[in-house]
Design a binder for this molecule. Structure first.
Ligand SMILES: Nc1ncnc2c1ncn2[C@@H]1O[C@H](COP(=O)(O)OP(=O)(O)OP(=O)(O)O)[C@@H](O)[C@H]1O
Length: 231
């Protein structure tokens, strides 16, 4: 069974009058151990699909199944806190918490004792290639690439197998883009995470195990990134 399955998911934003249907019945499965890339033109609905997978709202029609259970039948607050870790283009670290405290936060929120959370946070930070030197720095004292690594460590601290990333390399130079992609790929291939990346960057497509194309509110079936792929 896939970790996550989208079944005929439709969605429109309700704050825009009658609203335009952004997603028109998309279906796809996302398995453990793989990196998925969702591509498509600006405004095609990639981030919207990701936010539904992250449990920020429910589909208008259709279902998002996590381990076979629809998000409709879950406590969405709990789902967001424990199942759907999201990594953003702009890192979204808490500015007044140190790197270590940022990573401890999801574990403490879920009831872990501070001492244990501190130990585990250190492990997650090492896992993304940073060391003690970074632990006590505030985000403003970290480079963009380091901030994104801490954001990934914080996502790991959610202790879920689903990592959702919305343009995770959008604010990074090519060297840092490569590093972040290496980390995300390792997490999928070596540690079994299901990694879903929304991106504009067609240069990343050869790093994906599966490429999905969002077009006209539909998601084209999973495919290998073909030669000369265009969105
Ligand atoms: N909160 C909102 N309220 C109303 N409309 C929205 C909202 N968020 C996004 N939209 C609209 O929904 C459509 C899809 O947006 P979405 O951000 O999902 O696209 P995208 O493919 O991720 O675009 P980009 O690549 O530019 O980030 C766009 O037309 C956008 O203007």
């Amino acid at each position: 069974m896939d970790l996550m399955e989208l079944k005929d998911v439709s969605y429109r934003y309700r704050n825009s009058g009658q609203g335009v249907e952004i997603l028109k019945g998309i279906s796809c499965g996302f398995g453990l151990g793989k990196v998925y890339g969702i591509v498509g033109k600006s405004g095609s609905g990639k981030s919207t699909a990701l936010t539904l997978m992250a449990g920020l709202d429910l589909p208008e029609r259709g279902d998002i199944l996590y381990e076979g259970i629809s998000t409709r039948n879950m406590d969405l607050n709990l789902y967001r806190r424990t199942k759907a870790a999201v990594i953003y283009q702009s890192f979204q670290l808490f500015p007044l918490l140190t790197a270590l405290e940022n990573v401890m936060y999801p574990m403490e929120l879920n009831g872990m004792k501070r001492k244990e959370a501190r130990l585990q946070a250190g492990e997650y930070i090492r896992k993304v290639g940073l060391n003690e030197e970074a632990f006590h720095r505030f985000p403003s004292r970290l480079s963009g690439g380091e901030q994104q690594r801490i954001a990934i460590a914080r996502a790991l601290a959610m202790q879920t197998k689903l990592l959702l990333a919305d343009e995770p390399t959008g604010n990074l130079d090519s060297a840092n883009t490569g590093n972040i992609m290496d980390i995300l790929t390792r997490l999928a291939h070596e540690d079994g995470y299901c990694v879903v990346i929304v991106t504009h960057d067609l240069g990343l497509l050869d790093r994906m195990d599966c490429v999905l194309r969002m077009k006209d509110g539909l998601l084209e079936a999973c495919e290998e990134a073909p030669e000369g792929f265009v969105i």
